[in-house]
Write a new protein. Structure first.
Length: 378
């Protein structure tokens, strides 16, 4: 990766990331977010019969859907961090397509096979919307949750990628001393989304707050702004543990907020601070458990894990007629779903994602139509 310095007219920053700095801890943290989503889907699957343990697990995992918010903020941060000053929009889009679409199509095919094997079908509209990465634009749960239900978030990411080459130069022209104000505007906008959704019909609230791509773009842009803050050296030196504690507290109180605020408004600030703080720790070479070999590998396969885990849960539960199982059986199937999802993710990463990136995502140097923001490499 290479990074791009954002120029400004203020005093030079005291700390600047090294050119080419990699962020392995953020890779490791990706699996934590994916695991939160996995736990959330287990908690609402109906796999376990009501019990004290099931109730406690549901209370703990009930806010796990916020893991998607982490991915959106992280996506904006990482793409901005790794922006190449000599890049072009076409090259950027090609690399993004090579990264996500082959895995996405294989996971879609696996979900369709699983649905047909358990007596369900996929309509033409659902299939076409999924393959076209536009299902999140339909305010119909039968479409945006159709086939592989988690794929709606990839429709949001596709929208982000389409806009990124235009957004980056605009944000790159913001003075470094004004970046915190930009971050505050993004956070305020995220928190205002539930209020903006109030006039909508009841059946549209969830779609608008949680699914609608332009709304989720706010978190992506926040991630971009946080990356520019780190690059400019204007992020205060927060201990990682303190930000992690803040996030745990926010996660714990999330279920006590109105449903429209649970999706991202409560945790968006801790997510943004954690991503930026962990990035600074990596740049400075501080020790981190998320930089271990296994943590990084799990992070690398987390995209594939995210794509397949819901299909694995649903197919196992339907195939074994296991809905409402006794606690012991439910926990056994949960562990089996986790292990199978990780195994499938490893195979997809090794035999689909990596070869596609090598063949389709090769860098082709261009000298015109640059993508990076104004400025020069550090």
């Amino acid at each position: 990766m290479s990074s791009v310095e954002v120029t400004g007219r203020s005093d030079p920053p005291t700390r600047t990331p090294a050119d080419g700095s990699r962020l392995p801890s953020l890779t490791g943290l990706r699996f934590v977010a994916a695991f939160l989503v996995f736990c959330f889907h287990i908690s609402i699957s109906g796999l376990s019969a009501p019990s004290t343990a099931q109730h406690a697990f549901a209370r703990t995992a009930g806010a796990g859907a916020v893991g998607v918010s982490f991915f959106f903020v992280l996506s904006g941060f990482v793409l901005t961090w790794s922006a190449r000053p000599d890049d072009t929009a076409r090259a950027f889009w090609r690399r993004r397509a090579a990264k996500i679409y082959p895995n996405y199509v294989v996971a879609f095919a696996l979900s369709v096979v699983g649905l047909y094997a358990t007596g369900h079908t996929v309509g033409f509209l659902v299939g076409a919307a999924n393959l076209g990465l536009v299902q999140a634009w339909w305010p119909d749960p039968g479409v945006y949750f159709g086939a592989n239900s988690v794929s709606w978030s990839l429709a949001c990411e596709a929208f982000f990628y389409a806009l990124f080459p235009a957004l980056l130069p605009v944000l790159g022209r913001v003075r470094p001393e004004r970046l915190w104000a930009g971050a505050a505007v993004c956070v305020a906008a995220v928190c205002a989304v539930p209020v903006a959704a109030a006039p909508l019909p009841a059946g549209r609230h969830y779609w608008f707050v949680y699914i609608f791509p332009p709304v989720r773009l706010l978190e992506f842009v926040l991630g971009m702004v946080m990356a520019l803050l780190v690059k400019s050296g204007r992020l205060p030196r927060f201990p990682v543990w303190s930000v992690a504690v803040l996030l745990v507290l926010a996660y714990a109180v999330t279920p006590y907020f109105p449903p429209d605020a649970e999706t991202s408004a409560v945790t968006v600030i801790p997510f943004a601070l954690l991503i930026a703080t962990v990035a600074v720790a990596d740049v400075e070479g501080r020790r981190s458990v998320w930089r271990s070999r296994w943590a990084v590998w799990l992070g690398e396969v987390s995209f594939a894990f995210y794509l397949v885990h819901q299909s694995v849960i649903v197919d196992l539960m339907r195939g074994l007629d296991a809905q409402g199982s006794a606690p012991a059986k439910a926990w056994t199937l949960t562990a089996a779903s986790l292990a199978l999802s990780v195994a499938l993710a490893g195979l997809l990463h090794r035999f689909v994602e990596v070869p596609a990136m090598r063949r389709l995502g090769r860098r082709r140097t261009r000298t015109s139509g640059r993508l990076g923001p104004a400025g020069s490499p550090p």
